[in-house]
Design a protein around this ligand. Sequence first.
Ligand SMILES: [Zn+2]
Length: 271
Amino acid sequence: MSSADTATDYHYPEKILQKLIRFDTTNPPGNEKACIDYIDDLLKKNGIESVLITKDPGRPNLIARLKGSGTAPPLLMYGHADVVTTENQIWRHPPFEGKITDGFIWGRGALDMKGTIAMMAAALIRAKAENLKPAGDIVFAVLSDEESGGNFGARYLVENYPEQFSGIRYAIGEFGACAMYVGRQKFYPIQVSEKQICWIEVTIKGPGGHGSVPLKKQRHVQNGTIHLQNQLLKLSPAYHKRSPTNDSDHCFCHANACGTDPAPAAQPGSD
Ligand SMILES: [Zn+2]
């Protein structure tokens, strides 16, 4: 470990991020072990216990826990160590060097989501160094295999080790966080409720046919595929004058409306 990997690591999350980017964890195949071992070593060096839970030896999952006083439910901080491919892409800077240019760290995973892991690790190390006693446990999970199904990561953990997440009511994961400007105001947006899935099984009845010879609509008979298409279109936000929204959307729109001056555009380094 370098001199940055000392008790003051939390002062330098950017150095942690640079190191994380330099592990090529493109998924598939992932190969997250070296990256997650680095985080494991970093935490242990700073006095934080962690465990590695693996389905595949090359694809571990790390879970660390900072004990709280037990007066509140545990809080989960979650990140994934794998990244999506850079194949056949043109990059201004090499994707696995973690180069700093004009104040931005460049590299695959800088945003999604090694940057967040670096910040979370730094926060946890700082909490430990300053003897913070949170109301509830802080659970820090760094997982493999988020970008390609989660069978070695999140799914494996929740199906086989649900006790690791017992009592957790709130979690911080991806995305948001990248600074953006509206007028003169700087915002750090928060994304909520990503990747909730609602599976629906639908049966459409009607005469079949070939796509090249569509059936003309008759009075009470319609090709099943066309009927399905029309129903799916009704689910599209473009079909509605207004798409469904929630409190966070309202807050965000209101905040945006408050800014009127031209402002510098948000410039995240890269994905
Ligand atoms: Zn992600």
